[in-house]
Design a protein around this ligand. Sequence first.
Ligand SMILES: *[C@@H]1O[C@H](CO)[C@@H](O)[C@H](O)[C@H]1NC(C)=O
Ligand SMILES: *[C@@H]1O[C@H](CO)[C@@H](O)[C@H](O)[C@H]1NC(C)=O
Ligand SMILES: *[C@@H]1O[C@H](CO)[C@@H](O)[C@H](O)[C@H]1NC(C)=O
Length: 251
Amino acid sequence: MLKRILVSLALSTAAAFAVTPARMIERRGATNVFPNPPTTITLSSPITVKAGQSFTPPQAYTRYERGYGACRDGEGGQADAVFVLEEGATLNAVVIGKNQMEGQCTINHVYFEDVCEDAITIKQSSGVSYINYGGAKGASDKIVQHNGGGKVVINSFYAENFGKVYRSCGNCKTQFKRSVEINDSWAVSGSTLVGINTNFGDTATIRRQKALNVRTICQKFIGNNLGNEPTNNGSGPDNISCLYNNFDVTS
Ligand SMILES: *[C@@H]1O[C@H](CO)[C@@H](O)[C@H](O)[C@H]1NC(C)=O
Ligand SMILES: *[C@@H]1O[C@H](CO)[C@@H](O)[C@H](O)[C@H]1NC(C)=O
Ligand SMILES: *[C@@H]1O[C@H](CO)[C@@H](O)[C@H](O)[C@H]1NC(C)=O
């Protein structure tokens, strides 16, 4: 019931917020100041943002959550997602726990206050998804889990206390050559900024990154499609897979 109300609100506001031209975003640094949600809405099922639609809450930075226990069993997948974004959907100005991107989508100013396992799962088969501004704290595992194909562009995003900010799936059944571009972002206290699979031709491009207390900036793995734990294949800039120079990363 709640869900239906929210979705119809979303659709009626969609016209006022035309799909954000992701490529024209303003370049700026990431912020570590998370918004203070004016209100919290607990959902009994995820909100689906339909193909090509945009969702902006009536009150900017409304907190959406799935209530107690949604995180309990670790990687819950779509069942305990908060938003499910279909192809070409855009999500703006919310504070949430978990998210799932089914197609090429854009999320702008989305803050994850306390990630359970993975904050954002990307399932597009190809194309580009954008994560602009916003931030995530407390992701014991990954913030962005890229299981589909194509590219993910992350701009001006803040990450704190994380396992990995981005990981190209190391052992999905269907593997792809994936790429990630991170610009103007800021990472504090984590294990790995990006993890990619060299054997599938992945690339990571990193520019104007701030990193403090982050062990590895670009970790290379040899992935598989058998569900096995991927093996390490070194780390650091190489002009082949990890496309940055040490001067692109400052504290
Ligand atoms: C991000 O950085 C890459 C590599 O420098 C660049 O090609 C791309 O245009 C940048 N995107 C934005 C939105 O700044
Ligand atoms: C491991 O990394 C090296 C150096 O980047 C690369 O030449 C090699 O192809 C990688 N191995 C695999 C199996 O991806
Ligand atoms: C990558 O190539 C550029 C241009 O040739 C060079 O200046 C830079 O030092 C190289 N970086 C690494 C990590 O090899």
